[in-house]
Structures are given as C-alpha cells and as structure tokens.
Design a binder for this molecule. Structure first.
Ligand SMILES: [Zn+2]
Length: 260
C-alpha cells in the first residue's frame, strides 16, 4: 500500500528555527512534554533542548498527495483566509507541505482499542481516563468508538512506564496517498521522565492532546489550547474546536498550487 508513516512529533519537522518563528514557541520545542503545574515539584518548567527518540521513527517518504480540484482548492483557501486566523491550522500546513491531512469523510466511527500488554503500575482506570479524554472532544467531526480487539482497531492506545526524555505522550500517524489518515498509534506514559507518577489530571490532559493528534490536529502555540505542546488544560478550547472543524471542512489533499 502506498503510504507514508510518520512519527508525528519527531520527523517531518521543518527546521526548528522556522518552526519556532512560525509558532512563536521560543525555547519550548519539546514534543508533548508535560509542563509541570505550580503544585508539581522537581520537574523543570521547560527543557533546554528538543528531544527525540533515536530510531523510533519510521520515516516514510513524503506522500504524494493529489490536489483536490481547482475550484475546491480555491474555495478552501478562501475559507482559510476567512477563518484561518482564528485557528492554528497553519501549524499543520507547515509540516505537511500545505496538504490537508485528516481522516476521510464518513459516518463510520474511528475504531480504537487498548493494547492488552500493560506496564507494571498500570490500572484499568487509566483506560477510563482515555475514554474521558475522548469524550471531552465530543462532538467531533469524526466519532471515536471503542472496540475490544486491537486487530479491528484503527487506533491502538498503549502505555509505557515512562519515556526516557521529556515527553508524556506520543502519537504516530499513518496516512495514504490522498492524505487520509487510516491508522494511529498512541503511547502514553505513566510517569514523568524522572520517574514521578503523573497526576490524574495530567494523564487526562496528555491523553486529550494525543487524541487531538489522532484526529489530525497539529500543535498550537497558545498555552490555553489542548494542542499546546506542554498542555495542562482540562478541555479543548474554542480555538481547538474551531481548528478541528475547519480541518474537516477542508478537502483532503494539497491546498497550494501544484509545483511545476
Ligand atoms: Zn503533541
């Protein structure tokens, strides 16, 4: 199957200075790091450098995304001009080469399942937290529905004790040549990279953020959004929801004029 896979937050990044300039991230370029709240002791508020796992990414070739027809592309660009300023979709186009990347249209739910192998210290309540995180996005343009079998799932959620670097969650996305996401893998940590158990509200916030990535959302540069890299919010913001709606209102594929 002609497909591209990407570790969303560690490959296919534009050069960091460019990303920082566009997103206004300054020194905070940690992928899905967890920003400690005032009550959390011991962890730095921001790390000194971007961190990336070695060898974890399956860097596929850039997908050849066919453009939608000219009229649709023009209409989409007009929508972007009208509404784009109140969203953060530009952050997606920066890494996707101006391609709209999301699940395809349809009424079927996106099926998700929990991986059966759990690290020590895992508790069934953690699965409930993910369900809760999914619920906080509702109503979303595409519904997510739990299935018992990972073999029948489009999205598989698993846990690790902790990441070896400053990260609390990770989402890998897979999409086809149209730019339609068809599979996702979410990995959530039980503890910080220092081994401290993550508090419940942090686990839910990270799960909510990763579910945003599952649906195709990019990062936001604003800390009030669930898609801020070091998120701590307990619900998607109005801007998160606007961005998600706009993403699913736009046609899949390239928005820019094809290169000659
Ligand atoms: Zn993220």
């Amino acid at each position: 199957m002609a497909a591209a896979s990407i570790l969303l937050e560690t490959t296919a990044r534009p050069p960091l200075p460019l990303l920082a300039a566009v997103l206004g991230l300054g020194g905070l370029l940690l992928a899905d790091a967890l920003r400690p709240g005032p009550g959390d002791a011991g962890a730095p508020a921001s790390g000194p450098s971007a961190v990336r796992p070695s060898g974890a990414a399956s860097a596929g070739s850039r997908p050849e995304v066919p453009p939608p027809d000219l009229a649709a592309r023009r209409a989409a660009r007009e929508r972007l001009i009208t509404l784009g300023g109140s969203t953060y979709l530009d952050s997606l186009f920066l890494v996707s080469d101006s391609a709209v990347r999301r699940w395809g249209d349809g009424d079927d739910p996106i099926r998700y399942a929990f991986d059966g192998g759990h690290p020590e210290g895992w508790h069934p309540a953690y699965a409930d937290e993910v369900r809760e995180a999914i619920g906080r996005w509702a109503p979303a343009p595409r519904r997510l529905a739990e299935v018992p079998d990972t073999g029948a799932a489009d999205v598989v959620v698993s846990w690790v004790p902790q990441f070896a670097f400053r990260r609390a969650g990770q989402t890998d996305l897979f999409w086809d040549s149209r730019g339609a996401i068809y599979r996702a893998r979410v990995i959530l940590a039980l503890r910080s990279e220092h081994g401290q158990p993550l508090p419940r509200e942090a686990r839910v916030a990270v799960a909510m953020h990763e579910i945003g990535h599952v649906m195709g959302l990019p990062h936001s540069a604003d800390s009030v959004d669930a898609m801020y890299e070091a998120t701590r919010v307990d619900a998607p913001s109005a801007r998160d929801r606007r961005t998600l709606r706009l993403l699913y209102d736009l046609p899949l594929g390239l928005l820019r004029e094809p290169r000659r």
